[in-house]
Design a protein around this ligand. Structure first.
Ligand code: DOR
Length: 446
């Protein structure tokens, strides 16, 4: 039996309220125990985790792997390597590929390539509507049966209320959530950044917070009407946080996510980073950021999701209106959010919960996002005091589009273990498959 012992770290596993020093033992890809002290097993591999945080591998509910169709931006291979560098062992990928993931054939493609070439687990999300055109529902029952973990037209809202209502009903029968990109397009047609004083000063078309709030309000009503689970993607406004808070209080089945950039950056980033800080929904005001952080702290926001959106240099080096929306987010997620922990704004346990058991509950995957015996052997080791400077040229992602370039962060993913195997170890990706030939697949003692 192949065993890995992660020894002597501070184990934080919010899914079972655990915060204690001990060992994590993984055998044949599954957690055997966490929190006890173990004798060195004969030929087990051992990682010395003293001084480090040991927690379940992160789960990202929202990422763009771009495969098929936009392989110049990212592929399943490069995207999952970037995920491993960021501590993510499970990645849910959005269907706005080319062609979009709106039938079983496309879904099978993602699943097959991910299994063969992915460095971590990939769970595909299927389109709500055919071609993300907002008109005709995809076959939810079939796609969910074939492995779609959620439905979303992310990148685009579902503008017709009747279609969204039908989608929520279909999703309820399929037992999966609709992940909702909330944007009233009639208000954002020429909106490229947050509407406000800065957009006016820069003469850049603005997208008002109301464009998000209106759709959140509509879809919370529809979730209430249908009794279905709606998951609000990339919450960016104070208004949305308030709406979700109130809907939760009256029992609507709503969950919500926030991205690292909406939790840590304001619209002012556009002044220094230009199109690199162009993202949808846009970076907002200080009071929006504070409200989103408060929402995360209080559990109104259930999960952190990166909205990893890799783009090529050409996609971004054009005028503001034409540049692509998105930030490459896997590799800086933990480091950037640790700033909130170090400043005392967010508890470390709450942050880890939002990256592990929080998203696992949304996906209804009890064997992910925790270190209970029998769960998948996905673990991440973090040095919370390690300082490093973001260097996009070192990203495993093809997308170098990060407004954090050159920023000093405190807190770093040191080791990522997926299914009991080390896939990433402080700046070294341990390749798999063919490329692994000649690379030690066993972790060295660190
Ligand atoms: O900034 C974004 N980029 N927001 C989205 O909703 C879509 C994404 C992308 O696909 O690039």
């Amino acid at each position: 039996m192949a065993s890995l012992i992660i020894r002597g770290g501070r184990i934080i596993d919010p899914g079972q309220n655990m915060d204690r020093i001990g060992d994590v033992v993984i055998t044949d890809g599954k957690i055997v125990s966490a929190g006890l002290n173990h004798d060195f097993g004969g030929d087990s591999d051992v990682i010395d985790a003293r001084g480090m945080i040991v927690c379940p591998g992160f789960i990202d509910l929202h990422a763009h792997l771009r495969d098929p169709g936009y392989e110049n931006k990212e592929t399943i291979v490069t995207g999952t390597r970037a995920a491993a560098r960021g501590g993510f062992t499970t990645v849910c990928c959005m269907p706005n590929t080319n062609p979009p993931i709106d039938d079983e054939l496309q879904l099978d493609y993602v699943k097959t390539v991910a299994l063969k070439e992915g460095l971590v687990r990939v769970l595909p999300i299927a389109c709500v509507t055919k071609g993300e055109k907002g008109e005709v529902l995809t076959d939810f029952a079939r796609l969910a049966h074939a492995g779609a973990v959620a439905f979303s037209d992310d990148g685009r809202p579902v503008m017709k209320s009747s279609i969204m209502r039908a989608a929520l009903e279909a999703a309820r029968w399929a037992g999966v959530p609709v992940i909702d990109h909330c944007e009233d397009l009639s208000l954002t047609e020429k909106g490229y950044m947050n509407e406000g004083e800065i957009s006016h000063r820069l003469h850049i078309g603005g997208a008002p917070a109301a464009a998000e709030d209106i759709m959140v309000a509509r879809d919370l009503s529809l979730a209430e009407l249908t009794g279905s689970h709606i998951h609000i993607a990339h919450v960016s406004t104070e208004g949305s946080v308030d709406l979700v808070r109130r809907a939760k209080a009256r029992g609507v089945k709503v969950t919500a996510e926030a991205t690292p950039h909406h939790l840590t950056m304001t619209e002012e980033k556009v002044l220094t980073f230009g199109t690199t800080a162009k993202v949808n929904p846009p970076l907002r005001t200080r009071s929006d950021v504070q409200a989103v952080v408060r929402g995360l702290r209080e559990g109104v926001i259930d999960a952190v999701a990166t909205d990893h959106a890799p783009h090529t240099k050409e996609d971004k080096t054009t005028d503001f209106a034409h540049a692509a929306f998105g930030i490459s987010g896997f590799e800086t997620a933990l480091g950037s959010l640790m700033g909130l922990v170090h400043s005392g704004t967010l508890g470390l346990g709450r942050l880890i919960a939002a990256m592990t058991c929080g998203p696992a509950r949304i996906l209804r995957k009890p064997d992910l996002g925790n270190l209970k015996p029998g769960s998948n052997g996905d673990v991440v080791l973090i040095d919370i005091d390690r300082e490093w400077v973001v260097d996009v040229s070192k990203f495993a992602s093809k997308g170098k589009n990060s407004p954090l370039e050159g920023t000093r962060l405190k807190g770093k993913v040191m080791v990522t273990v997926f299914g009991g195997k080390v896939v990433y170890q402080d700046d070294i990706i341990i390749a798999r498959g063919k490329e692994a030939a000649g690379v030690a697949n066993k972790p060295s003692l660190i």
